[in-house]
Design a protein around this ligand. Sequence first.
Ligand code: S3P
Length: 169
Amino acid sequence: MQTKQKTIVLVGFMGVGKTTIGRELGKRTLLPFADSDDLIEQQTKMSVQDIFATKGEAAFRALEEELVIAQLRDNKTHILALGGGAFMNANIRTACLQEATTVYLKMDWELWQKRSRKLKRSRPLLKTNTPAQIQQLFTERDKIYRLANETIVTNHLTVNEIIKQILAN
Ligand code: S3P
């Protein structure tokens, strides 16, 4: 008997390509793709930046917890890309580890730094923190992301190569 394909959750720091990989993985597996920031934006009809600016980060995190857990407890197999902070929430983490195969897309700091310049406009945390604080966040979060079921070091891999690795495991 073939076992049911599990939901795949992608975690990792802002701008490592979770959404790009998730969307492409959805196409290849024919599983529906969802992105937690999109779910929040659809529900609130506001952009992530506007939620941070007008309601604050705590309100964003509460919405993130509610919507991600609902998405994971929904019995339909799918691909889910999480916003970079979502996996820091213990309830989200437990739901991911219970309901899905969770994959950490890991990038080295030096490479991430080079690629991240264009992210500043759309990521509130990159605007409000100093480079040193961002590096600290990067290091602290790495320890938590590693609790995922699998880690893929994506540094110089192509989208195709990353997807192959995810599907091989
Ligand atoms: C965040 C990452 C963002 C978004 C929000 C907060 C974070 O998503 O959820 O700006 O705390 O790392 P991406 O990881 O898709 O950039």
